[in-house]
Design a protein around this ligand. Structure first.
Ligand SMILES: Cc1cc2nc3c(=O)[nH]c(=O)nc-3n(C[C@H](O)[C@H](O)[C@H](O)COP(=O)(O)O)c2cc1C
Length: 202
């Protein structure tokens, strides 16, 4: 385990200054693209999914499911094949891919579960922070072929793919192809004053 208050790489965090006191794990988490290609172990993937498992959800419905694949296994290509080319370019060096799938309807009565995406987003963030804790990169992707996901992942009725996530061992930015290399920098955020409202937004 690494210290969660330690950056994963020597990236330039100058665009990320804190505006209030909080754990540094939030400011230091960022979506690296440069990964080494080293496969994660199944124990590491289990640790990431275990973090997701403990996320909160409406009625404790736990709508998330984790469909994973490791490099050089038969499961890898179906998941990798779902990615748009712009993501394949760098995610090919991930150490694991995880499709974050949500049950869109409650298991109890098959009624629509309005919060399935919100709940599954909580699981993603837990996994991302767990990755950071393990010294691993985590990068969520919406850029995949949504129309092909249900078939490729053999999803049962009522399941929908929320995102694909690339996890991996960080590599230097220099290992990325040209257009991506210069974008390999932790991004900024809106000012806290633009986001906080006392009582209403009027
Ligand atoms: C749901 C979701 C989908 C995303 N899809 C993509 C994607 O398809 N490709 C990509 O390179 N980054 C993707 N990202 C990464 C975001 O661009 C990134 O999180 C955002 O710019 C903030 O940067 P940070 O995560 O480094 O703090 C996605 C992030 C989220 C949360």
């Amino acid at each position: 385990m690494t210290n969660i208050d330690t950056p994963l790489t020597n990236a330039d965090f100058s665009q990320r200054s804190a505006q209030a006191t909080t754990s540094d794990q939030f400011r230091l988490r960022w979506s690296l693209r440069s990964m080494s290609g080293q496969a994660l172990t199944i124990a590491e993937v289990q640790s990431l999914c275990e973090a997701g498992r403990w996320a909160p959800s409406c009625f404790n419905s736990q709508p998330w499911r984790f469909v994973y694949a490791l490099p050089d296994t038969p499961q890898w290509q179906p998941l990798m094949g779902l990615l748009m080319d712009v993501n394949k370019l760098w995610a090919a060096k991930a150490g694991a891919l995880v499709a974050l799938v949500a049950r869109t309807h409650f298991e109890a009565n098959d009624a629509p579960a309005a919060t399935h995406s919100f709940d599954t987003g909580s699981a993603w963030m837990s996994m991302a922070l767990q990755a950071q804790h393990m010294g691993l990169a985590a990068h969520a992707m919406w850029g995949f072929h949504h129309d092909q996901a249900a078939d490729a992942l053999k999803l049962p009725e009522y399941f929908s793919t929320q995102a694909l996530i690339a996890f991996g061992h960080p590599a230097p930015a220099e290992a990325l192809p040209d257009p991506l290399r210069e974008r390999e920098v932790p991004s900024s955020r809106k000012a806290l004053s633009e986001l906080m409202f006392n009582g209403d937004m009027g």
